[in-house]
Design a protein around this ligand. Structure first.
Ligand code: ADP
Ligand code: MG
Length: 673
């Protein structure tokens, strides 16, 4: 038998079982032994009858005596007398008259159940039992509880897995090199598999789990390093000739910050190296990533290549388009925008220009990487606000053109450990400085009792010519959630009452792209004074005249998200304000909002958020195009992740080339990107 064989090959597994297991996603022997328990019930503390305390669940061994079934008010009660050297107790079952046939009088069994006193006599309502002359499965040990069993009982699944572990133990190969196991004191694979299903003790469970988590992280990290290595070793990246960026840079109304200049240098070195560039540019909100992107695109175009800038939303793509055009037009470079909301005819036109090379700078949403779009000579792909794109999408991008250089930009601060996983295939540059003269955004956290005062303050800002954003957690009122502010009803309330006399309008994710675009344009041109919105405006929007942001039900957002939202103000010369309204009472909510009032540093905020709230779905692996992890958790197992990364880092330089990945891992869709 092989681990890759169908479960049909396992002794005692017939067609019906095969079907039932398939429902659990278990097809091969390996799937079965890698079906990890979701929890455990520690029934290893075996008592004697005299030790049983009422109203508690206990496990004990006893010999069976006489059985009887009685009818009581339409129900049946089955009782079996149990005894051991220390005493006697009745085992009871309700409405299971047949149960007594499962027992042989005078034999020893082990029972688990809740002990109760009935009419002064102790009895036990049995939840699990088994005979003691076989290896124990569900009593007297730490019992695994599987995530789902479909039509199998936990007991049956346990028994199948236990049998299988015995049968295939000799087939389990250990893919972790001995040196690493020694260095990180990891147990061997067989021990780990046995003990993850049937822990011999608490300690051996932890030892087993640590080993399996380590292995999973190690393989993942190694795969990412390998991907990066592959890209490097291909070497056939287009080497760009050095180009002076002065013509473009001189048009900027500002000089680059030291950090922007450094990152630009790093990028230029990459682009000229002859290797394919894969660089992540991480820079806090407002640090000026767009300028760096523009300069890099300029270099690509001067080298005779096309450059693409890909944004996560139509609105952001169009905004980028408007900020590129004035510069590029003066340099006689042709910029096009390609989004989902273009009319068919326009789209065809743009695509034709992309295909014949007329379009030099292409800005758009992920429409730009769809297969229908053909490039004339693509040399550089930049993706903005990268956290919306995953590892897989990046890989897809690389397939366009002949190894175009890839630059991704993000404002999402990510601790290094996670960066290595989520961006393990990238080199990282950080813009760690904001342009000079930025004022701190005055942030306060208040309850809804302050609304009147807030409106008065907003009016005073509007009267002096500024604009405001008001963010709500949802679009429409919701019966159940009643009290939460919703975009549609709140916009009506503001324009008719609280802010009557001012122009108030709204934008949200359910609007058509054209309508959204129209609102954004009118807001950025100053025709709309107050923009009520959902988080659709979270990413990248740049309207420097907007100086106030009011966030309703602020506790509903993650801190990283609040930080992004807040980054929409404070983009011009005027003092900006952010007001977080929340009536949430819990200490944790209050602490989180307090972090926002104390700091404007995205890195600090995201680490605090992690510490206070734990993982949001933001860091879910699927979302980032990473494979689903079977046992490891990117957050809870952060310490093991760090160790596994260290091991993988040491390992890559030494002998990544000769490392054999487990076959199951190689079948992973992710591995074959
Ligand atoms: P982000 O990094 O969040 O994408 P942007 O690129 O949108 O930031 O830049 C934010 C604002 O800062 C823009 O209005 C841009 O013109 C301005 N800016 C960029 N670089 C500088 C600089 N070196 N000095 C002054 N202002 C700058
Ligand atoms: Mg940006």
């Amino acid at each position: 038998m092989l681990l890759t064989d169908s479960v049909r090959q396992i002794k005692n597994i017939g067609e019906k079982r095969v079907e039932q297991l398939a429902k659990l996603g278990i097809f091969t022997v390996l799937d079965l032994i890698e079906y990890i328990p979701r929890d455990y019930d520690d029934r290893s503390d075996v008592k004697t009858i005299s030790e049983l305390a009422p109203d508690e669940v206990h496990t004990f061994k006893a010999t069976t005596g006489r059985a009887e079934t009685m009818g009581v008010g339409g129900k049946t009660v089955t009782k079996i007398k149990l005894k051991d050297a220390t005493g006697e107790i009745d085992a009871v079952w309700f409405n299971q008259p047949y149960i007594k046939h499962n027992f042989k009088q005078g034999s020893e069994y082990i029972f688990t159940g809740r002990v109760q006193l009935k009419y002064g006599r102790p009895q036990i309502e049995v939840s699990d039992y088994e005979i003691t002359d076989k290896e124990l499965l569900s009593n007297g040990i730490i019992v695994p509880i599987y995530p789902s069993t479909y039509k199998l009982s936990q007991k049956t699944l346990r028994s199948i897995i236990k049998d299988t572990l015995h049968q295939i133990s000799h087939l389990v190969e250990d893919y972790l090199p001995d040196t690493i196991k020694q260095q990180y004191t990891l147990c061997d694979k067989r021990f780990a598999l046995h003990n993850i299903h049937f822990p011999e003790s608490n300690d051996s469970f932890f030892v087993a789990r640590r080993r399996l988590v380590f292995e999973e992280f190690f393989l993942l990290q190694l795969t990412l390093f390998r991907m990066k290595g592959d890209i490097k070793s291909k070497k056939d990246g287009v080497p760009f000739a050095p180009v002076s960026v002065t013509p473009l840079q001189d048009m900027f109304a500002y000089t680059l910050t030291r950090a922007q200049a450094t990152v630009l240098d790093e990028l230029m070195t990459d682009l000229q190296s002859g290797y394919v560039t894969n660089r992540l540019i991480q820079g806090d909100v407002g640090s000026g990533k767009t300028a760096v992107a523009m300069l890099a695109a300029y270099v690509a175009i001067q080298n005779g290549y096309q450059a693409v800038l890909m944004a996560p939303t139509d609105v952001l793509a169009v905004q980028h388009f408007h900020s590129f055009v004035p510069y590029f037009e003066k340099l006689s470079l042709h910029v096009v925008v390609l989004t989902g909301s273009l009319k068919q005819k326009e789209k065809r036109q743009v695509c034709a220009q992309i295909a014949n090379g007329e379009a030099q700078m292409i800005i758009g949403t992920h429409a730009v990487i769809q297969t229908a779009v053909e490039y004339h000579k693509l040399g550089l792909v930049i993706t903005d606000e990268q956290h919306r794109f995953g590892v897989r999408q990046r890989a897809m991008l690389r397939e366009k053109g002949t190894n175009p250089h890839v630059v991704v930009m993000t404002a999402t601060p990510i601790p290094r450990t996670l960066g290595l996983i989520l961006y393990g295939d990238l080199d990282i540059s950080i813009i760690d400085e904001l342009p000079p003269g930025r004022q701190k955004i005055d942030t306060s956290a208040v309850t809804s009792a302050y609304h009147e005062r807030i409106y008065t303050f907003i009016k005073s800002q509007l009267d002096s010519g500024r604009q405001a954003y008001i963010i709500c957690p949802q679009i429409e009122d919701d019966e159940e959630e009643g009290a939460k502010k919703a975009v549609l009803s709140y916009t009506a309330y503001l324009s008719e009452q609280a802010l009557a006399g001012y122009t108030v309008d709204c934008v949200h994710g359910k609007m058509k792209n054209d309508a959204k675009q129209d609102i954004m344009t009118r807001f950025s041109e100053g025709h709309i004074q107050v923009l009520v919105a959902t988080t659709v405006i979270e990413v990248g929007i740049n309207v420097p005249n907007a100086t106030i942001m009011l966030i309703e039900n602020a506790d509903r957002f993650g801190l990283a998200q609040l930080h992004q939202l807040r980054g929409r103000v404070g983009r011009g010369a005027d003092k900006s304000y952010c007001i977080l309204v929340s009536d949430a009472k819990s200490k944790i909510s209050k602490d989180r909002l307090k972090v926002m009032t104390q700091s404007g540093d995205g890195f600090y905020i995201s680490e605090k958020d992690l510490a206070l709230r734990g993982p949001g779905d933001f860091f879910g692996t699927r979302q980032h195009g990473l494979p689903e992890l079977k046992i490891a958790n990117l957050y809870r197992d952060m310490d093991i992740l760090k160790e596994a990364q260290k091991a993988a880092e040491q390992f890559t330089t030494a002998s990544l080339g000769t490392f054999v990945f487990p076959p199951s891992w190689q079948r992973n869709e992710f591995f074959t990107i």
